[in-house]
Design a protein around this ligand. Structure first.
Ligand SMILES: [Cu+2]
Length: 170
């Protein structure tokens, strides 16, 4: 009877670990806000653009650019990652039209997430563009983090639970 209880306990523990582990592996960071907002019409260019995600980002391998209607880069410098926010400085803008913000960030679980949104500048300004955006800026390598450390930690926890359960026999 006690042996049966112990087996049931172990089975429940393993099932709980599998259920708890699944969302971790599946959950990528998702963008929940953008500044300027997607589709915004602005009479004046922003000094910086930023995207906010639903979870902390890893600061490594982040990329963010602003590409103007002329095909040039209007972002300047490297993006900054702080908590769940990635931002990049923007030059004084130039021609009126659509500016597209492209980003690539690394989720807390190690998965790279990329996307883009755009805003419109309604009044042309006198800014000087950066280089052509044809050559992607800030691509410093693949940001993927291996999954095996998470699996190893999961196995340790399950193993510890089994050990604990078997030691509790009366
Ligand atoms: Cu993920």
């Amino acid at each position: 009877m006690i042996r049966l209880f112990r087996l049931a306990f172990i089975a429940a523990l393993v099932a709980a670990m599998a259920l708890a582990g699944a969302p971790v592996a599946a959950a990528h960071a998702a963008r929940i806000a953008a500044d300027p907002a997607d589709g915004a019409s602005l009479g004046q260019g922003p000094q910086r653009v930023s995207a906010t995600f639903n979870e902390q980002l890893q600061p490594e391998f982040a990329a963010m650019t602003v590409v103007g209607p002329d095909g040039n880069l209007w972002s300047t410098g490297d993006p900054q990652v702080q908590g769940a926010v990635i931002a990049v400085e923007v030059r004084p803008l130039g021609p009126a039209g659509t500016y597209t913000v492209n980003y690539r960030v690394t989720s807390a679980d190690g998965h790279p997430v990329s996307g883009s949104w755009s805003f419109r500048l309604t009044v042309a300004a006198a800014g000087t563009p950066g280089p052509s955006a044809a050559r992607p800026a800030g691509s410093g390598g693949d940001g993927a983090i291996p999954v095996w450390p998470f699996l190893a930690v999961g196995a340790l926890i399950i193993g510890g639970g089994i050990l604990w359960a078997t030691r509790r026999k009366t």
